[in-house]
Structure formats: structure tokens, C-alpha cells
Write a protein that binds this ligand. Structure first.
Ligand code: GAR
Length: 209
């Protein structure tokens, strides 16, 4: 049966677009909802333009009441009955109570080669450490921030002129290839590790608008 996917975003949503565009034809999943914690997130317009239902659950009125925010988020998600949740540039830390509700059904993409550089400022930290390579990781979400089982990684070589900005820009196309490749397998219960670049996992859909 076709799996229902909800995607959580906070910003521009380029990973969300790559995921939505991948879910066509014989793909085992379809996107049923895109949710943002920021009502002004550009990704909401992009999702609507792709014909996907959207919702915003603004975290700001909840202040430090994480449980309150997550309760509202959970309600919106429950109405959409997703089988899988994809965090795609979703910049709120989720509580163990929330992640437990979606255990084994929630993915995240993180812009580093985990377990390196959990949290923020990953590109700058890779440069500061003098790393030769950088990358992104798709993993299952558990209670530990950026700590769940790794399902896929894509790597790039850091050049002598790279900055945090160029690394972010160079990494995004790899994210757009990796996340759909992992989701496609995950939707049929395949959790085997994907490593990019690899010809057999190259996406067969347009990555850019
Ligand atoms: C992506 O680079 C994603 O890996 C990162 O935010 C960006 C979102 O871009 N996620 C995190 O940092 C999560 N901790 P997008 O909105 O264009 O997909």
C-alpha cells in the first residue's frame, strides 16, 4: 500500500521539494502534508505550488512550552495520518516524548557526516577542524539529537577556497539526491545504508525547478 508522508520544514524547503518531486509514478509513497513551525516559511508556498496540502503550527506563541507546541503539531499530523515523517530543515528540537510517538517512522537530514557535528553550524565546524571531507546524513530520529541510526550519507571533498557558505551550497544538491533515495527504500522497509555518489542511486527526476 502507498505510504503517506508528512514533511516538516522551517525554511525554504529545497529538500522538501526534492522529496515531493520524487514521490511520483511507481514510488511507494506520496506526500500528504507539509508542515512548518514558521508560518512565513518560503517552503509553504513551494509546497502549495506543487499541489501539496500545507499547515503552519507557529512555535512562538508557545514560548518555552515545548509540550504545548508539540501537542498542536501532533494534532495536525494525526489528522493527516502519515506513515512516515520526514524532517527537512526542521529547526526545532523535539522532545523524547514526541520522538517516541513516531519511533521507527521519522527521518531527518543533517548537514554533516554524523556522528560528526551534531547540532548547528556544521559547515563552519568542519572547516575549523581542518576536515578534508564533508557531507550530509539521513538518519532515523530517536530521542538523541542527530543521533539515530544512519540510513544514508553523501560526501564531498572540501577545497582550499571553501567557506561555510560554499560548502552549504555545494552540499544541498547532494542532500536533494540522498534524501529521496533513502526515503524510497525506507517506504518499503529497506533500511540498508546508502552511500552517495553512486550511479545506482542517482535520482531519476529533475532536482531543480
Ligand atoms: C539543509 O541543509 C538541511 O540539511 C539543514 O537545513 C537545511 C534546510 O534547507 N538541516 C539542519 O540543519 C537540521 N539540523 P532546505 O529548507 O532548503 O531544505
Amino acid at each position: 500500500m502507498t505510504k503517506r508522508v508528512a514533511i516538516l520544514i522551517s525554511g525554504g524547503g529545497s529538500n522538501m521539494v526534492a522529496l515531493v518531486k520524487s514521490m511520483t509514478g511507481d514510488h511507494p509513497a506520496r506526500c500528504v502534508l507539509v508542515v512548518s513551525n514558521d508560518p512565513a516559511a518560503g517552503g509553504l508556498d513551494r509546497a502549495q505550488a506543487l499541489g501539496v496540502a500545507t499547515a503552519a503550527v507557529d512555535h512562538k506563541p508557545f514560548g518555552r512550552d515545548r509540550a504545548g507546541f508539540e501537542g498542536a503539531l501532533q494534532k495536525v499530523l494525526a489528522d493527516a495520518r502519515p506513515d512516515i515523517i520526514c524532517l527537512a530543515g526542521f529547526m526545532r528540537i523535539l522532545t523524547p516524548e514526541f520522538t517516541a510517538q513516531w519511533a521507527g517512522r521519522m527521518l531527518n537530514i543533517h548537514p554533516s557526516l554524523l556522528p560528526k557535528y551534531k547540532g548547528l553550524h556544521t559547515h563552519a565546524r568542519a572547516l575549523e577542524a581542518g576536515d578534508r571531507e564533508h557531507g550530509c546524513t539521513v538518519h532515523e530520529v530517536t530521542a538523541e539529537l542527530d543521533g539515530g541510526p544512519i540510513l544514508g550519507q553523501a560526501r564531498l571533498t572540501i577545497g582550499p577556497t571553501d567557506t561555510a557558505e560554499t560548502l552549504a551550497a555545494r552540499l544541498l544538491p547532494l542532500e536533494h539526491a540522498l534524501y529521496p533515495a533513502v526515503l524510497r527504500r525506507y517506504a518499503v522497509g529497506d533500511r540498508s545504508l546508502i552511500t552517495l555518489p553512486a550511479k545506482e542511486t542517482a535520482p531519476d527526476f529533475p532536482l531543480q525547478d
